[in-house]
Design a protein around this ligand. Structure first.
Ligand SMILES: Nc1ncnc2c1ncn2[C@@H]1O[C@H](COP(=O)(O)OP(=O)(O)O)[C@@H](O)[C@H]1O
Ligand SMILES: [Mg+2]
Length: 351
């Protein structure tokens, strides 16, 4: 186990900045998730930690030791690559066994560990196949098994569940979380899936265009997104974001009028989560518009209404029914949180 410190690390490809002078300390035993949209620099950051990508500037320290010039194989890292990185000439069993072989583990132990690990990721029946004879999801599981078959100082996982079907993804998520609980190995995990980040992470680093825009616990990121980008990225359905202005302690926009604790100001964005809105019947409700769509999800109904160009979504009861294009009213639940942002800078305005 080890702490990982990134100190002002930067990666440029020519004049293009893929990762811009970022600092980040991943604590010993932590499960840190790098979350962000495609192209924001997640894989590049991982590859720099692994030693597979030269860093343009800055330092990387693992367990207090500067590893900038240390080759990947000497960093005691196990990595799951986004593109699997399997050995095509080896069988599934041999692929999983390989890291143990490299480290001189005896044959009997190796075989036992390969069996145990393959069972965890539901590959026991496929140990004799070659990667070319597997589906994408199966290959991804081989890559995962090869990483977790031994206990390294650090796990680096780059979208390790992205090619699995939805059901297996949820199972594997719990498996990874349990594994982390058992082994306590420092883990850096990359995903663009906010649900995966929220469920797995001890802390989430939200990235955008080569920068970390917020580093916090999942709870804090959900409750207090630092800017509009994070606010819109975390949560499903995403937070309602409405453009308006504040006068005399009230935020107003078409169809919306609610009290807020902010001095008079134009260009304000009010955010409220769908799960913090209730359906109201009273036309004096603070949010009023026309019903646009109803989507039953099973345990609830997503109620989308429109006021002019703005849409607002609420999570209502599963048995909610109403006529489309008819007036519709919403009211914030008791204790609901309004999030206020500056429309131009995107920064959060309230504490
Ligand atoms: N070898 C490379 N040469 C030039 N640009 C690259 C190279 N590798 C990655 N990039 C660019 O760096 C940015 C970050 O890439 P990456 O770290 O793979 O993003 P992510 O994993 O977050 O989707 C992207 O814009 C990508 O196109
Ligand atoms: Mg990537």
């Amino acid at each position: 186990m080890a702490e990982v410190r990134l100190v002002d690390i930067e990666k440029r490809y020519g004049s293009f900045v893929a990762v811009a002078k970022q600092s980040l300390t991943i604590e010993n035993g932590e499960f840190l998730v790098l979350l962000g949209p495609s192209g924001c620099g997640k894989t590049t950051t991982m590859r720099m930690i692994a030693g597979l990508e030269e860093i343009t500037a800055g330092d990387i320290l693992i367990a207090g030791e500067r590893v900038n010039d240390k080759p990947p194989k000497d960093r005691d890292i196990a990595m799951v690559f986004q593109n699997y990185g399997l050995y095509p000439h080896m069988t599934v069993g041999q692929n999983i066994e390989y890291p143990l072989k490299l480290r001189g583990v005896n044959k009997a132990t190796r075989q036992q560990q390969v069996q145990d690990t393959a069972a965890k990721v539901e590959l026991d029946a496929l140990l004799g196949r070659r990667p070319s004879e597997l589906s994408g999801g199966q290959r991804q599981r081989v890559a995962l098994a090869r990483a977790i078959v031994r206990t390294p100082k650090i796990f680096l996982m780059d979208e390790p569940l992205s090619n699995l079907d939805a059901k297996l993804r949820v199972t594997m998520r719990a498996e990874l979380k349990h594994l982390h609980h058992e082994l306590g190995v420092t883990t850096v995990y990359v995903t663009h899936d906010q649900m995966e980040a929220m469920t797995l992470a001890s802390r989430v680093a939200v990235m955008r265009e080569g920068r970390i825009v917020q580093l916090d616990t999942p709870r804090k990121i959900y409750a207090e997104p630092a800017d509009l980008f994070v606010a819109g990225f975390i949560g499903s359905p995403s937070m309602n974001l409405v453009n308006g202005s504040v006068t005399a302690g009230r935020f107003r926009a078409e169809g919306i009028d609610v009290p807020v604790d902010l001095p008079d100001r134009d260009s304000v964005v009010l955010g409220i989560r769908p799960e913090e809105l209730d359906i109201a019947t009273d036309s004096s409700a603070p949010v009023a518009g026309k019903l646009y769509a109803l989507e039953l999800t099973g345990d609830s109904t997503l109620v989308t209404m429109r006021m002019g160009k703005t849409s607002v979504c609420a999570r209502g009861p599963a048995d909610f029914e109403a006529a489309i294009n008819e007036p519709c009213y919403l009211t914030p639940k008791a204790g609901a949180r309004f999030h206020l942002f500056d429309r131009n800078s995107g920064q959060r305005l309230d504490g």
